[in-house]
Design a protein around this ligand. Structure first.
Ligand SMILES: [Zn+2]
Ligand SMILES: [Zn+2]
Length: 389
């Protein structure tokens, strides 16, 4: 059966390469991935998946299922397909969307021997307001037993960790006045923002080293001769663990209240994008994926990446065992979120590497469905994590 999986991947490869290149050529921003999601849905429908569209009220989200109608585990492959402004698919989500759909399709072809279900879940807007967060909260993953995906990059890495993150927006409200003629009548909202920055800078010395706090002034007034009555700052606050991040965020909110008090302004604080949890890699699952990568010829597998951001798969990893490894798409080095990376996703070399990634994903799904001992270990490890939270 393992050979059959490899042969099927090889047989269908032209369709997969074409799908990835099509998404590359039609880059769409988060929640606007109309063409990309349609392309993937079409491919899944052609391969007998049933599709639920518009999941969690997002037009470009979907949940595709192939049901063996026999008892067994439920394996989910997660698609991303949003692009970046200016650089298009500089994060390689054309490969992610294609690979997860492809792995799901290949695995579905052996499901009559394994039982269970294969899900392919289309998750929009990973780069901004990640849909996975809402999907987790609304129960889309409730009947999923493991969640699998890989991210393309210049080097192959085992699945590691990512930072928990909150996106905070602070709106300070004051009172406009002529800045020279009647300054005593004004309340300077921009000063509230400036005090917020200086308070946060003072906090930096007293947080753990894994914390990242980075912000911008989004609105700082309109003219120097008008006291700004409104000023807005946006921050991303990150830490290795959600519990500690919550402590830091509480301190930052207190600083904002202090900044308002100092300046006589008022402040409103909102989370302007979805909050991401830290990624917990399921080591059992990760080892199986690496073993399968080696089996298909990817032998240079590096340790988890040392530097990292935040991903919405983090939230998924707290409700199902999950992995987020990186698979090299070529010998050229590049940085993520660049035009170089976008262009590197459509080379012949990238196609061949993507095919290896697809095959390893499908084989991993097959192992989960057929190896009872393995699934038990994955589950025990997962419950140990959840229990410790
Ligand atoms: Zn990215
Ligand atoms: Zn990405």
């Amino acid at each position: 059966m393992r050979n059959f999986i490899k042969e099927e991947a090889e047989r269908m490869k032209a369709i997969f390469f074409d799908t990835s290149d099509y998404i590359y050529n039609n880059p769409e921003l988060g929640n606007e991935e109309v063409k990309s999601s349609k392309k993937l849905i079409h491919l899944l429908e052609e391969n007998d998946f049933c599709i639920e569209r518009g999941v969690v009220g997002r037009e470009t989200a979907f949940k595709a299922v192939f049901d063996s109608k026999m008892p067994g585990n439920n394996v989910a492959f997660l698609c991303e397909y949003d692009a970046l402004p200016e650089v298009g698919h500089g994060c390689g989500h054309n490969i992610i969307g294609t690979s997860s759909a492809a792995a799901g399709i290949i695995l579905s072809k052996v499901l009559n021997s394994t039982g269970g279900k294969v899900y392919v879940i289309g998750t929009p807007a990973e780069e901004t307001d990640g849909a996975k967060v809402e999907m987790v909260n609304k129960g889309v993953f409730d009947d999923v037993d493991v969640s699998l995906m890989f991210h393309p990059l210049d080097k192959t890495h085992e699945s590691g960790v990512s930072l928990a993150m909150d996106a905070l927006e602070f709106t300070f409200n004051g009172k406009a006045a002529h800045a020279a003629a009647e300054p005593e009548k004004g309340i300077n909202a921009l000063d509230g923002v400036l005090q917020l920055f200086s308070g946060i800078n003072a906090l930096r010395q007293h947080v753990k080293s894994d914390v990242r706090i980075h912000g911008i002034i989004k609105d700082g007034g309109t003219a120097p001769n008008v006291v700004p009555d409104k000023a807005v700052a946006r921050f991303y606050v990150r830490a290795k663990e959600r519990a500690y991040l919550n402590e830091v965020v509480k301190k930052i909110k207190d600083i904002a209240q202090g900044a308002a008090l100092i300046t006589g302004s008022t402040v409103e604080i909102v989370n302007y994008e979805a909050s991401y949890d830290n990624l917990v890699t399921n080591q059992c699952l990760s080892e199986v994926f690496s073993r399968n990568l080696r089996e298909v010829g990817v032998t240079e597998i590096n340790e988890p990446r040392k530097s990292f951001g935040s991903i919405d798969l983090g939230n998924v990893s707290h409700v199902t065992p999950a992995i987020h490894p990186y698979v090299s798409i070529g010998s050229k080095s590049f940085t993520a979120h660049s035009k170089e990376m976008a262009d590197a996703t459509i080379t012949e070399e990238a196609h061949e590497m993507m095919l290896k990634g697809i095959t390893a994903l499908a084989l991993t799904g097959y192992d989960v469905l057929t190896d009872k001992e393995l699934y038990k270990n994955i589950r025990t490890e997962f419950e140990g994590h959840v229990g410790a939270e």
